[in-house]
Design a protein around this ligand. Sequence first.
Ligand code: NI
Length: 307
Amino acid sequence: MENPLHSSAYKVLSTSIRADLPESVSQSPLSRRGFMLLAATLSGCAVADPSRTLSGAAATKTTANSAYRTPAIRGPVPRNPDNSLSSNFSNDAGIAFSRVLVSGNYIAMTFDDGPHPQNTPRLLDMLRARNIKATFYVIGRSVEIYPQIVRRTVAEGHEVGNHSQTHRLLSKLSDSELRQEMSRCQNAIGRAAGVRPRTMRPPYGGLLQRQRELVHKEFGYPVILWSVDPLDWKRPGASVVTSRILAGASSGGIILAHDLHGQTVDAMPATLDGLLRRGFKFVTVSQLLAMKTDASSAQMGASAPSY
Ligand code: NI
């Protein structure tokens, strides 16, 4: 049976569409800018770059996701309730957590490996629209390059945590190298935003028990792992990231995601709205720790995931 895509009718149709487009545009009473506005509106893109060529604006069939921009929010989005919950947790609360036993549907959304010059501000806009405060585990090296993004993150009420200076696998480092990774990132955050991080997350989740005790004792950081990992860094597609997070979310959960990756940020409107509609209330990691109900619960084992 002949493939319908190879039928002569389809060829004629597709050829005529391609052949017609430039011609119809050149004869159109619409101005060039008017057409670009129209084309941009139809494709859901913001009209931001007047240097975009006509062919670029018309070529909406892109295979890469890099051109994707989250459509502008139309209509109201669900809103996280205001909270004035304390973020003062006790240092005795524990050394490592993958979740926290709390009463109530509270969860903490965490974003690692930023700041990123485009994706982090885009995410901050999404969070602000929903009154959600999140926790960002930043890399000191990137903080030094984009301090203004960290400043904005803190100014908008989010928590910033220590994710090391250079994102090395800390379990391979000597104690003095580990201290350097922690203190350099802590200092970079302090210089950028005037705050001291209160929790840390080891890159790849990799930190030996002895090292966990060291950073807790010397820096006062509890080690924050996660209860939900959507493997978003493998770029499975925004809808898959959303469905994995929605499937894994539970009270007291700590959700791992990466604002370094555009696709993860693309997934956030549906993810955040889905969690809000399921009745979850977002808090920062420190707020979650401060509402912990059982001092002996939720200690984390020593497993280190593979990334
Ligand atoms: Ni990381």
